[in-house]
Design a protein around this ligand. Structure first.
Ligand code: F0G
Length: 419
């Protein structure tokens, strides 16, 4: 390879120059970014100790050699994303060998999307793109708008499915100065429209079908392994919507393994809701071709997606990692959200889908008693406060913590407190 990084078609293997603005191969299939990593990291042992020795405050820069070495440092647009907590909750869940929660909701815009956006917006900055756009279920748009705001001379356009994202998520791109447009359709409809828009006009697409973003998202898995002192767990469990994140997780691990930075591969488990489960349907049928669905309403609105763009990449990774897909019910995911929230770890319903999936797979003994498990939490609970309020108001819910209202009177207060 003469170039350090190139676009590579995942089905016909055709290559394209990395500086070209393109999201698909001429054959119509998805592209991925391939780097000549062995020339960037000739000595993986040295790279590992360098990551400790020359500890860099910005996670993207710390891991940049394995993420996206081609991006020149001076074009970096960062909000100091990354370095998110890895909580060990094993003592609360002793039926697992170990259970860790990687909380990507502790990023600047409160979701994992900041990991991909630092790569995507910095690359847009390098290419000189002044207008960037995305379709979103709420978190991509929040991240893109914030990073575009942090860049000088960049304007964001976001297309959102009207009435289908939380008020907190809607507030984010508006506050960050992006042109925010509600579309009378679902996410899949917005995704189609933004592809038409960016094909026709000089507007840079920043959905995860832009494979540069995937390179940034690899950092989630790599940072987790670094926090675990490079001891690879048995499982990574992750919620799946458009399937970009599970593709990124797999690609990052494959590359670390090929470099011999890790000596074992984890298994991957992707989790969807029962009403939006196109990947699960394919998995059940031996990874049959994607049959797009009309995704049903779910509390996990960020993964209410019936036609996932990164389907083929996700299937490739799942096969490579002996992966599986599971689905969970609305009741189970909201109960799991309540259980984790109660530990002081505030999570969104989408993250709770992954937690519920891990519990279900453990109950079925697919995840075994001795297994070491990491669940990726993708966004913070504060982005979805209504779901928590509604859950706790309803006494029929298993972990409801109902509030009470009384007059400003000590006697009444004592009665309520049983004093
Ligand atoms: N969790 C959260 C909180 C999300 O916002 C998303 C995706 C996912 C999980 C699923 O990740 O799509 O890579 O499989 N949100 C996108 C958005 C679709 O527009 O914010 P995925």
């Amino acid at each position: 390879m003469t170039e350090l990084s190139v676009f590579h078609c995942i089905s016909c293997n055709r290559k394209y120059e990395i500086k070209e603005i393109r999201y698909r191969c001429n054959c119509g299939d998805l592209l991925e970014v391939i780097h000549d990593l062995s020339s960037v990291i000739p000595n993986p042992v040295e790279w590992k100790s360098g990551v400790e020795r020359d500890f860099c405050d910005i996670a993207f820069q710390r891991y940049q050699k394995v993420l996206f070495p081609t991006l020149p440092h001076e074009y970096l647009i960062t909000l100091q994303e990354g370095d998110t907590p890895l909580y060990d909750v094993s003592r609360h869940f002793p039926h697992f060998g170990a259970l860790h929660l990687k909380h990507e909701g502790m990023n600047p815009t409160l979701s994992f999307k900041d990991r991909g956006m630092v790569a995507g917006v910095s690359w847009a900055n390098y290419l000189g793109c002044e207008i960037v756009a995305c379709a979103s279920t709420g978190d991509t748009s929040a991240a893109m708008a914030a990073f575009a705001g942090a860049a000088s001379n960049m304007r964001g356009i976001v297309l959102l499915p009207k009435g289908k994202i939380s008020p907190e998520q809607l507030a984010q791109p508006i506050a960050s100065g992006a042109l925010t447009i509600g579309i009378n359709t679902d996410f899949d409809g917005c995704m189609k429209l933004v592809q038409e828009l960016t094909q026709k006009h000089k507007i840079y697409l920043l959905n995860s079908m832009n494979s540069v973003r995937i390179e940034g998202q690899k950092a989630i898995g790599i940072e987790t392994l670094h926090q675990l002192k490079w001891q690879v767990p048995d499982w990574f469990v992750i919620p799946v919507g458009n399937a970009g994140n599970i593709s990124a997780l797999g690609k990052g691990f494959r590359e670390l393994f090929d470099l011999k930075i890790i000596d074992k591969l984890p298994r991957l488990a992707g989790v969807q809701t029962e009403g939006a489960s196109p990947l699960y349907e394919s998995f059940k049928n031996g990874f049959s071709p994607l049959a797009p669905q009309k995704a049903k309403t779910t509390k996990a609105s960020a993964i209410q997606i019936g036609d996932p763009v990164s389907f083929k990449k996700a299937v490739r990774e799942l096969k490579h990692f002996h992966g599986i897909i599971e689905t969970v019910s609305e009741t189970h995911l909201m109960d799991c959200k309540a259980r984790i929230d109660r530990l002081g770890i505030s999570i969104c319903p989408n993250s709770a889908v992954a937690v519920a999936g891990a519990m279900k797979l453990r109950d079925a003994n697919v995840i075994q008693e001795k297994d070491n498990v990491v669940v990726i939490l993708t966004a913070h609970g504060s982005k979805f406060s209504n779901t928590a309020v509604e859950y706790h108001q309803d006494s029929s819910n298993q972990f409801a913590n109902q509030t009470q209202t009384i007059a400003p009177d000590l006697k009444e207060l004592e009665t309520v407190l049983n004093l």
